[in-house]
Design a protein around this ligand. Structure first.
Ligand SMILES: [Zn+2]
Length: 178
């Protein structure tokens, strides 16, 4: 069973983190709500509900949800699909000036892709204590040994993002018991 940790009090940012180089800005909440909508679409498609959005200068360059089951592809995480869409939209693999919003802390694969795409800013919702590679298990985006580092803003709509996951897995377990 996978457990996702999420706070219970505020529905906005989680004050417990201090590794971020900046806090959320006003538009972060707005974009994160769109990422949450993507996560809801994933749940409707019976996919683990994680959604991602890539924004630059107020323009959405990519938005996707986890598509592992539909695409039969272990790499079809929301962030990976959104990164490919954004690079294609601007015809450049360097996603400079972009912010990636994702409802769950990125895994090692996605954190690797974020670094390769040179995305300068990542905003995420719920922490993933079992697979997160931004602060939970590894700190890939802020490792000082790397050339490229990101500004990371954690915990934006964290409880809401986490709740989608816990509800999804609770429903799965309930179905399994029938
Ligand atoms: Zn991932």
């Amino acid at each position: 069973m996978i457990e996702y940790r999420f706070g219970d009090e505020s529905d906005e940012e989680s004050p417990e983190y201090d590794f971020a180089s900046g806090g959320p800005i006003d538009s972060d909440l707005m974009w994160m709500r769109r990422a949450v909508n993507q996560a809801r679409l994933a749940a409707e498609a019976d996919e683990v509900p994680v959604g991602a959005l890539i924004v630059r200068g107020g323009q959405v360059l990519g938005q996707a949800h986890n598509g592992r089951e539909q695409l039969k592809d272990p790499t079809a995480h929301a962030e990976m699909i959104a990164i490919t869409q954004a690079a294609s939209a601007i015809e450049d693999w360097r996603l400079e000036g972009c912010t990636l919003y994702v409802t769950l802390e990125p895994c090692a694969m996605c954190a690797g892709a974020i670094l390769l795409a040179r995305i300068p800013r990542v905003v995420f919702g719920a922490s993933d204590p079992k697979g997160g590679a931004v602060h939970s298990l590894y700190q890939l985006l802020t490792d000082p040994r790397q050339n490229h580092r990101c500004e990371v803003v954690p915990g934006v709509l964290g409880p809401q993002c986490g709740q989608l996951l816990t509800q999804f897995f609770a429903a799965k377990r309930a179905m399994g018991k029938k």
